[in-house]
Design a protein around this ligand. Structure first.
Ligand SMILES: Cc1ncc(COP(=O)(O)O)c(C=O)c1O
Ligand SMILES: N[C@@H](CCOP(=O)(O)O)C(=O)O
Length: 462
């Protein structure tokens, strides 16, 4: 398997080089040169696999022989051995038509651990095997940062710098990142929004000389490894329900910000997983909902919401979807991305809108609705949703019919977002790992939201 850029100027890249490249050197995003197909028979054969065994099967479709099978198995075992639940991503039935896939049983209580435990170990492996220098640069609205840091802190040969928007992440998210005292970790609290953080790192990655000189590597979902690791749990959820005898239409409802998690579902569907509908749930930062429902992709004004990890206006992986929407035509994708830069929006024609609507349904959840859903599910089903998951559940409740089964992805543990839970007048008990954070000293440097300010800090750190 090789990887190529959505913009057409990079191709023939092997798996390990694709991981190390992160953002493609032409400014596009890497995608597999072909999408491997999983037949109904293979799905049947996968039914009794554990999460780790399934992950090994899925990864081996994308890795080929660049990593020997026994090494891949060990990487996967090490990565998922840190999860608190034996099923890694268990699926819980809330009603006959609604299941919740809990993706928050990893070390930092968010779905990002599923990919970043693996990517952290993969970077260590690559560093040992190839001698590559690994200097990670990432941007976070709260969860990716904590998870990426947890995946590599203290690891030899790796340094990591994470940008987060100053005072725009939850208290627990901030503590998870900034109470880490390993010397290979640098937290920059940027005066600005997550979009500023993401723009800065993308500009730095796009400066190919700087990227190569400082060996910059990505952990955000621009890195194709993130997407591949996230496809696994779509398969796992389907297989768990199939084992329970479910045969009807299966939807996935996905709380969405950077379009990474839902793109992983889209990829799983293109690989052959029988998904009926992909439901895209956003908060008031509704650029992606407007794209699905109106055919216009245009960043709007930043809104601070109760689901801060989805306070994102510019969705990194949207370009990967455009690539498939436009029949893998890299020249058209490059033109559209230029248009977005020049005119601030992309408007798709009617035939493309029809195609989008055949693949996605979308709902944007207002702040009040988010809290109402948390309260309702707590009262009626004795289930405490985090505010991001609540957006997914609200979208699923609004967009599905009784003859369908929907799996909503629960992307974080509610303890990470007590600001919203407290507003619902619900008192939760923190897991001990989170409680312990409140008594630790914090380490972070506040910087202006400019490329130059961040560049200066990186030059000193790397
Ligand atoms: C808790 C939580 N839910 C949902 C999302 C959205 O995921 P994605 O950016 O992959 O769309 C994020 C981060 O973006 C998150 O941290
Ligand atoms: N919500 C994310 C934003 C970054 O997304 P990524 O999937 O591209 O890493 C976060 O928690 O940081």
């Amino acid at each position: 398997m090789h990887y190529k850029s959505t913009r057409g100027q990079v191709a023939g890249v092997g798996f390990i080089d694709a991981i190390l490249m992160g953002l493609a050197d032409d400014g596009g995003l890497l995608v597999p040169e072909h999408i491997p197909q999983v037949s109904a028979e293979t799905l049947k054969n996968w039914q009794s696999l554990s999460y780790a065994e399934l992950a090994t099967e899925v990864f081996s479709l994308f890795v080929n022989d660049e990593i020997p099978r026994s090494d891949l198995e060990k990487l996967v075992q090490d990565s998922y051995g840190t999860f608190r639940h034996p099923d890694v991503t268990p699926v819980r039935k809330v009603r006959d038509d609604l299941h919740i896939m809990e993706l928050f049983h990893g070390p930092t209580f968010a779905f990002k651990d599923v990919a970043l435990q693996f990517l952290g170990n993969l970077y260590s492996y690559v560093s040992r095997k190839t001698g590559s220098v690994i200097h990670i640069l990432g941007a976070t609205s709260g969860d990716t940062g904590a998870s990426a840091i947890e995946g590599v802190r203290g690891k030899e040969g790796i340094r990591i710098c994470i940008l987060h928007p100053h005072q725009k992440v939850s208290k627990v998210q901030e503590l998870q990142m900034t109470t880490v005292d390993n010397e290979n970790v640098l937290n920059l609290a940027v005066n600005g929004t997550f979009d500023d953080c993401q723009r800065i790192i993308k500009e730095l990655f796009a400066d190919v000389d700087f990227k190569h000189q400082y060996h910059l590597r990505a952990i955000n979902s621009i890195n194709i490894a993130r997407i591949l690791a996230q496809t696994v749990y779509y398969f796992y959820a389907y297989l768990q329900l199939a084992q329970q005898g479910m045969t009807g239409k299966l939807n996935f409802s996905v709380p969405t910000g950077n379009f990474g998690d839902i793109f992983a579902g889209y990829l799983a569907q293109r690989m052959g997983l029988p998904i009926h509908k992909l439901i895209l749930a956003t908060n008031e930062n509704n650029i992606l909902e407007r794209f699905v429902n109106e055919g216009v992709y245009q960043p709007g004004e930043f809104r601070g919401t109760y689901s801060p990890s989805m306070d994102i206006q510019v969705a990194s992986n949207f370009e990967r979807y455009l690539f498939y929407l436009y029949g893998e035509n890299t020249a058209e994708v490059a033109t559209l991305m230029e248009l977005l830069k020049a005119e601030g929006k992309i408007v798709i024609p009617e035939d493309k809108r029809t195609a989008v609507n055949a693949e996605f349904a979308a709902h944007a959840v207002e702040n009040d609705e988010c809290l109402a859903v948390i309260s309702k599910y707590y009262d009626e089903y004795d289930y405490l949703l985090d505010p991001h998951t609540a957006c997914g559940v609200a979208a699923s409740d609004g967009l599905t019919s009784a003859d369908e089964v929907t799996v909503t992805l629960s992307t974080a543990h509610p303890a990470k977002f007590n600001e919203a839970i407290a507003l619902c007048e619900i008192k939760q008990t923190y897991p001990e790992q989170i409680e312990a954070l409140f008594s630790k000293p914090q380490h972070q440097t506040i910087v202006d939201g400019t490329n130059e300010a961040v560049r200066d800090k990186l030059v000193q750190f790397f």
